[in-house]
Write a protein that binds this ligand. Sequence first.
Ligand SMILES: N#Cc1c(-c2ccc3ccn(Cc4ccncc4)c3c2)n[nH]c1N
Length: 255
Amino acid sequence: MRVDVLTIFPDYFAPLELSLIGKARTTGLLDVGVHDLRQWTHDVHRTVDDTPYGGGPGMVMRPEPWGAAFDELVPPDRPPLTGPESVPLDDRAPVLIVPTPAGQRFDQAMAHAFAGERRLIFACGRYEGIDQRVLEEAATRMRVREVSLGDYVLFGGEVAVLVMLEAVVRLLPGVIGNAESLTEESHANGLLEAPLYTKPAVWRGREVPEVLRSGDHGRIARWRRAQSLLRTAAQRPDMLASTAPETLDKHDVAT
Ligand SMILES: N#Cc1c(-c2ccc3ccn(Cc4ccncc4)c3c2)n[nH]c1N
């Protein structure tokens, strides 16, 4: 997978050299380019923002640097449209992911969808956001996705890109050694994962549930399913709304 990140704070992405993402890059599973948007400015102050039309607080990111950056990263393969015409794009067009509080909520299903792409481009906005015409023009050659991490407000898109990139890259084949862990974790099956335990068997007077030390794999699987349903009901009842109703056997819940 090829990933390009456009930002005015490239240093935010130093962590991409670490851990599994760093390993994915060295093993060739992932190719990442981080680009300073200011390299597509031409004034002495390398200006990327201006005041909003219609008034209002803060500043808005100017369209010109973004347009020039996209021209270089994704050269138009047809004469640029000069108006608001839209063109159908097939799935060979790269996906442009624009973090914004006004976007669709990012979730595991979206992470899986992005993990299936050959190329992702992330546009990190700052200030109050990016001139909307940038997204409109980008949509003539990229599949544009406006995405939000959640219902709170950040200073810019960089942190959101780090989160989305980690969620996507860990789903790439070969990045996580034991692919089975991807099937057991929270949100993999629409539920939260069951509680986890490791040695010692007793810690500060608290024992690991006997069922997990029983060696009875069928019983352990039923217990984990029951615990997963109970935990989801307690922490995220909204997730249960989209799960088929399931009866719990009291023996399965016993520890
Ligand atoms: N994804 C995501 C986000 C953001 C986010 C993302 C990109 C930008 C660019 C600029 N800002 C600041 C801003 C913008 C608009 N209104 C207020 C502040 C951003 C916030 N905030 N909260 C999320 N879940």
